[in-house]
Design a protein around this ligand. Structure first.
Ligand code: IPM
Ligand code: MG
Length: 360
C-alpha cells in the first residue's frame, strides 16, 4: 500500500548533516521502490538553532516535530557551545524535544554484526557466545529532568542535580521493558542502585509488582555497577535491560562499544503515540565533521527503525538492514569499523550511503 508520511528532519551539528543526508538518500530510494511519498520538513535544533535563533529549540520547531509523523535526528552539540549557560546548551534542545514529544521510552539495541566481530574490543571467545540485547532506557525523567542549580554558599560553589521518579513514570517504562522481553527471549534485567538510592528502591519495587502481570517473562535485578562489569564479562547473558535515564545513557555507550563501534547503533524513542524520534546514539563528533569520515549506518538504521515502528513498514525496514549487511559482506567499511582484515576497503560517508542505497 502506498503511504504518505511527513518526516521532521533535524540535521543538527558536527557530522549531523552529512549522516542525515545519507539516511535521506536511503529513504528516498525506499520511497521510489515501494511507491511511498516522504515529505521532509527541516527543523533547527541544537547549536545551529542557537546561532540562528538564539535558542536550542524554538517553540515553533518543537511544534513542527509534534505535528510530523515522526522525527529523524542526526546529532547535536560541539565545542563552540560548551561555554553557554546550561539551560541554553545544544543538548538542552534535545532534552526539551524528548520531553516535548513525550518520548519516554528509548530503545537501544546492542547487536554485533557478524562481519564486524573483529572490531569488538572483547576477546573472541566472549564475542562468539553472541551479543544481542536491547537497552530500554527511561528518557524523560530522573536526574536529567530534576532541578539543576549552582549556588554560592559560605564562599564556595555548591551544585545540585535532583533525581526524581514517580511510581507512574517507572511503571510505564517497566511495561515497555516487559513487552519488549515478551517479543524476544523473555528475559528482563532491571538495573538500578537500590543499595544506595531511594529512587532505585522504588524502581525495584514497581518492577516486581509488574512482574505478576508478565508471568511468562523472567525478571532479574542487577546493580548498575555490576551491570557495567557483566556487559564486558558475559554480554550473552542479556536479552532486555530496563533502566533509568542516566544509567541507560552510560550503559548504552558501553554496550555499543563491545559491538565494535558506536557508529553502528540506531535508536528509537517512543511515547504513547506512533510519532517517534529516531537518532543514532553517537554524538556530533566535531573532530571529523565535514571530512567524509563519519559512519552513516547508525542513522540509516535509525531510519529503518522509523519505518518499522512508526510506519509499520516491516518489509522496507528489513530491506535496509539487509542492504547494510550486504555492503559489510563486500568488505566496505568507514574508518571507525575498518580492520586490516584482507578484503576490507575503507570508504567515506557518502560512498557508504550510496552503496547501501544501491543495494535496495
Ligand atoms: C545520548 C546523548 C544525550 C544524552 C546527550 C547529547 C544529552 O548522550 O543520547 O545518549 O545524554 O541523553
Ligand atoms: Mg549518551
Amino acid at each position: 500500500m502506498n503511504m504518505q508520511k511527513n518526516i521532521a528532519v533535524i540535521r543538527g551539528d558536527g557530522i549531523g548533516p552529512e549522516i542525515v543526508e545519507q539516511a535521506l538518500l536511503v529513504l528516498d530510494t525506499i520511497a521510489k521502490k515501494y511507491g511511498h511519498t516522504f515529505h521532509y520538513t527541516d527543523v533547527d535544533m541544537g547549536g545551529c538553532a542557537i546561532d540562528k535563533w538564539g535558542d536550542p529549540l524554538p517553540e515553533e520547531m518543537l511544534e513542527k516535530c509534534k505535528n510530523a509523523d515522526s522525527v529523524l535526528l542526526g546529532a547535536v552539540g560541539g565545542e563552540k557551545w560548551n561555554h553557554v549557560p546550561g539551560h541554553m546548551r545544544p543538548e538542552k534542545g534535545l532534552l526539551r524535544l524528548r520531553a516535548g514529544m513525550g518520548v519516554y521510552s528509548n530503545n537501544r539495541p546492542a547487536k554485533i554484526w557478524k562481519q564486524l566481530s573483529e572490531a569488538s574490543p572483547l576477546r573472541a571467545d566472549i564475542v562468539e557466545k553472541g551479543i544481542d540485547f536491547i537497552i530500554v532506557r527511561e528518557l524523560t525523567g530522573g536526574i536529567y529532568f530534576g532541578e539543576h542549580k549552582t549556588e554560592e554558599k559560605e564562599g564556595q560553589a555548591i551544585a545540585t542535580d535532583i533525581l526524581v521518579y514517580s511510581e507512574e513514570e517507572i511503571r510505564r517504562i517497566g511495561r515497555i521493558g516487559f513487552e519488549t522481553a515478551r517479543k524476544r527471549n523473555k528475559k528482563l534485567c532491571s538495573v538500578e542502585k537500590s543499595n544506595v538510592l531511594d529512587s532505585s528502591r522504588l524502581w525495584k519495587k514497581v518492577m516486581h509488582e509488574l512482574a505478576s502481570e508478565y508471568p511468562d517473562v523472567e525478571l532479574t535485578d542487577m546493580l548498575v555497577d555490576n551491570c557495567a562489569m557483566q556487559i564486558v564479562k558475559n554480554p550473552a547473558q542479556f536479552d532486555v535491560v530496563v533502566t533509568e535515564n542516566m544509567f541507560g545513557d552510560i550503559l548504552s555507550d558501553e554496550a555499543s562499544m563491545i559491538t565494535g563501534s558506536i557508529g553502528m547503533i540506531p535508536s528509537s524513542s517512543m511515547g504513547d503515540t506512533k510519532n517517534g524520534l529516531y537518532e543514532p546514539i553517537h554524538g556530533s563528533a566535531p573532530d571529523i565533521a565535514g571530512k567524509d569520515l563519519a559512519n552513516p549506518i547508525g542513522t540509516i538504521l535509525s531510519a529503518a527503525m522509523m519505518l518499522l515502528y512508526s510506519f509499520d513498514m516491516k518489509e522496507e525496514a528489513t530491506a535496509i538492514e539487509n542492504a547494510v549487511s550486504e555492503v559489510l559482506d563486500e568488505g566496505y567499511r568507514t574508518a571507525d569499523i575498518m580492520s586490516n582484515k584482507k578484503n576490507c576497503m575503507q570508504i567515506g560517508t557518502k560512498e557508504m550511503g550510496i552503496r547501501i542505497a544501491d543495494k535496495l
